[in-house]
Design a protein. Sequence first.
Length: 466
Amino acid sequence: MSRLGKLFSNTAILAVGTFGSKLLVFLLMPLYTAWLTTSEFGAAEMITSISNFLIPLAAVGVSTGVFRFAAEQEADREAVFSSSLALLGLGLGGFLVLSPLLMLVEYYREYVWLIVLYVLFADVQAVLSQYLRAIDRTVLFAGQGILNTALTVLFNILFLFVFDMGVEGYVLSVILGNLITSVFLILRARLWRVFRISKVEKRLMGELLRFSLPLVPTTVCWLITDLSDRSMVTAFCGESANGIYSAAYKIPTIVNLVSGIFLQAWQFSAVAESSDEKSCSRFYTQVFCGFLSVIMIGAAGLILFSRFLTGLLLNAAYFEAWRYMPTLLCAAALEAIVSFLASVYMVRKKSTHSFVTALVGAVANIILNFILIPRMGPLGAAIATLASYALVLLVRLIDAPRIISFKLCLPRLIFSTLLLLASATVMTLDVPGRLWWTFALTAAITALNAPALLRGVSSIIHARQL
């Protein structure tokens, strides 16, 4: 199978395994927002946000490290898996020792047990699933995603609608989903046969740590962008406003979902092609041009239908969330491109570059939040997020091609971004003829990006016929 065919095949498998399950979550959003008050939803999102902030810290970034090292064809995968689990055990042990410090924050005091369990089982599930992805067990990797989501939804229904457990039930559903999925992976892939104490190597643990540690602050920087938004919206505007703002994030996650599915498949292909510099450069150019088209057209379409989707997916109490969605959709589009450029750092094991560029965005986000949220409320947080991703994108557009030389389609990227920003502005400001103007801008973005997308599809079809 050709490299494009392999990329397409893996993306399709991951899409089937991921999109259907995530779609179920979106369809249940009206039930969640109907059962939880805006304050309760905001509190639940704050707990998951702080947990997601702690996950990479506790795991010392090893979930990414196990993928990168195990994906190499010449790797001793038993040694990589065993050394990664040993490193994970040390990280989680340190987290448990320090976890009582969470009691110092009054807001989280009654939820510390939930946060600890959330972090522990999320980290274990991440390392196990990333190892399976690295060894090309794509179907099983996709299947565990379906199982995890189905279990989470099932427990949500049970804890929220049957036992009325509120915030605790919402978070506990995720914990149990990760726990049961981890057990399933161990049994289904017989991972106990892969782990061997004799294969734990200090040298390899050191290499994993050198690669993974810079990814910890990198991930933390991105989570700061999310957590600072919600924390400052809560501080300046209240929990109810944060609940509405958190709900506004749900539609833009469609962009994150689509890009995330593709990028999981892309990372495997990028590592496989990394040895030949010229081939790698051509492959990056070809894939980036098509990826850019999908992201821009998709984000533009979601902006056009953002108000309709809000009414469809959210309870009436959350309808105000639509005003923040166009800006957050622009941010999600830029985040997707930023994440694609991060694959350059992953392939060449330049994780420090990933950290430095992400730090720029996190610092900018915090500063802009302090400036904009008191003046503009949750919309200020959305604008701060958009601006921070734009800044990181600018830095990485300069930095990434120095590591792997490939064409960035800069004219199309610039014009598409400007048109997308115009569309978001028109929709948010509710100008006269809003829908017609947004439709015209969406059509322009589609016309600008469709040719490259069609060329990419044609290349995939041709490659599969050979």
